[in-house]
Design a protein around this ligand. Sequence first.
Ligand SMILES: Cc1cc2nc3c(=O)[nH]c(=O)nc-3n(C[C@H](O)[C@H](O)[C@H](O)COP(=O)(O)OP(=O)(O)OC[C@H]3O[C@@H](n4cnc5c(N)ncnc54)[C@H](O)[C@@H]3O)c2cc1C
Length: 446
Amino acid sequence: MNKPKQTIENLIIGSGITGLSCAYHLLNKNSAENFCLIVEKENELGGLARSKIIDGFIFDYSAHLIHTKSRYFSEWLDDNLKEELNLHKRNAWVYSHGVFTKYPFQANLYGLPKNVVKECLLGLLGINGVKNKPAANFEEWCYSKFGPGISKHFMIPYNEKFWNTPARRITLDWIDGFVPQPQVRDIVNGTFEYSDKEYGYNSRFFYPKKHGVDILVKTIAKDLNNIILNKKVIEIDLKEKWVLTLDGEKISYRNLISTVPLIELKSMVLDMDKKISKLFSKLRYISVVNINMGINRNMISDKDWVYFPEDNFLFYRVGFPMNFAPSSTLKGCSSLYIDVSYSKDFPIQSDKGAVIDRVKADLVKVGIIAKDENIAAIDYNDIKYAYILYDRNWVKVRQDILNYLSANSVYSVGRFGGWNYLSMEGCFLEGRKTAEQLIKNEARVS
Ligand SMILES: Cc1cc2nc3c(=O)[nH]c(=O)nc-3n(C[C@H](O)[C@H](O)[C@H](O)COP(=O)(O)OP(=O)(O)OC[C@H]3O[C@@H](n4cnc5c(N)ncnc54)[C@H](O)[C@@H]3O)c2cc1C
């Protein structure tokens, strides 16, 4: 093992959006050589927000759409990427009961079989004016907001399929901003005709004109020359404040900013407090197999993406990037992304070929591809950490672990580091917030 060199003031593990944003905002304040360093285990930057080119098609890890809620991120995009981005109005759908209906289901019952519409509306009437006690879990929340019809026909089956968890075990900590909550009058209006009303955080989004989402990563990293790739951290010593990398290097730090999935720190941190160490088994997450395909046929769909709540389809979502990212797809061709979620309790087959065959059969079943479709490109990504699960342990367990780490100068942040449902914008902002906190701490000490 090498002896540690100079102490790094702010050592960042991981070059996803969170790590890069943290370095970017730190560097605005101090450019001294040892002030900030990123170490990344892969041979390229970007984490989940990378893209790749396969047989001429540009694929993300599933599609990564750029949403903006905050003024800061909007202005940053405007200043740094304006010419590169297209703004697109979402055209998303749901496939259930043998028909396509507009997303969100709860605001667009138009087009569903009559008996389903009737059940949804009667269920809605049943809850109108009834004052229930506050919902204790996602299942109760769905019933109290939408009634039994909409709950049974979409909200519960879709979410149980996606989260691989019974709806009564899912809490409400994530729903604000993610689950559209139309008014009763909008639900009724959406029963008689297609509604143009926009719902949810991604009703409009940006996507790069000529690149995959990785242009965002490359833009944040443009002026950062303090990144070492192929450098995997395998141990962290909280007392002596160093990390050990797979190639045997010890790096000393003053502050450690970790974007490594929180759950992995259990085996990386040396001599962890026993009480804290026990908490890690309560952190839960779901994984996603994302399959991207290039198809040798023009316009296989005019939709942006479709949700599949029913169990007779393996995937929960299928998207068509050529409709919002035309340059990602070869001329005269189409492209697809297909997402299947799984978990420890509900694993997916380990045989990739079998998963692809099942996905193709389901795509044929719904009429998206033909049985003998000419598939020009295929890409398979098994994303182990995709979404963290919000269950009854989430608030306390996560907070106790994060508090313990920060008391030891380790700031575990980002979507998986902070164990939170963050978008790329959320990660960008969290990187900035962390940088500001570190600068503040430094000012206090000096
Ligand atoms: C299927 C899917 C679709 C999504 N779609 C969207 C979307 O449309 N829009 C959107 O805004 N967001 C989307 N997201 C979320 C988005 O991908 C994340 O919020 C964001 O990319 C997370 O960034 P991060 O830096 O926190 O984590 P990561 O991207 O996971 O970065 C962590 C980095 O740490 C590195 N690392 C891990 N362990 C070590 C180690 N031991 N040593 C060194 N390096 C290490 C990793 O290699 C990685 O580069 C999606 C996510 C998924 C799973």
